[in-house]
Write a protein that binds this ligand. Structure first.
Ligand SMILES: [Zn+2]
Length: 109
């Protein structure tokens, strides 16, 4: 079972206490964007076999949204962090690099 530590209240929460929110760090597109950019924002998501950045909400706890970096194959969690950032923090990226040498993040969409 997936278990994530909420970065706000510090509780180690099991998956049943959390609500998934999909891919993290999406670049929002709105009025004035091209049809292609808006379609990408609205419908296209990463579905990697490996490292993934996701949004989660501590639904049965403090209720706050946060981000998590984890492996979709092994459920290994590299870290959780605030949802108030537009890119993963350096310490999270370093933790991934240490455990997944050669790993490379795709750019934001
Ligand atoms: Zn919490």
């Amino acid at each position: 079972m997936l278990s994530l530590r909420c970065p706000y209240c510090g509780v180690e929460a099991e998956e049943t206490e959390l609500a998934p929110g999909g891919e993290a760090h999406l670049v929002r597109q709105g009025p004035g964007s091209s049809d292609e950019d808006f379609e990408t924002y609205l419908f296209l998501r990463e579905n990697p076999k490996g490292v993934h950045f996701e949004r989660w909400r501590h639904a049965h706890g403090c209720g706050k949204w946060f981000h998590a970096a984890r492996c979709t194959v092994t459920l290994e969690v590299f870290g959780t962090y605030s949802a108030q950032v537009s890119a993963p923090p350096e310490d999270i990226l370093a933790a991934i690099d240490a455990r997944r040498p050669g790993w490379r993040r795709e750019g934001p969409r």
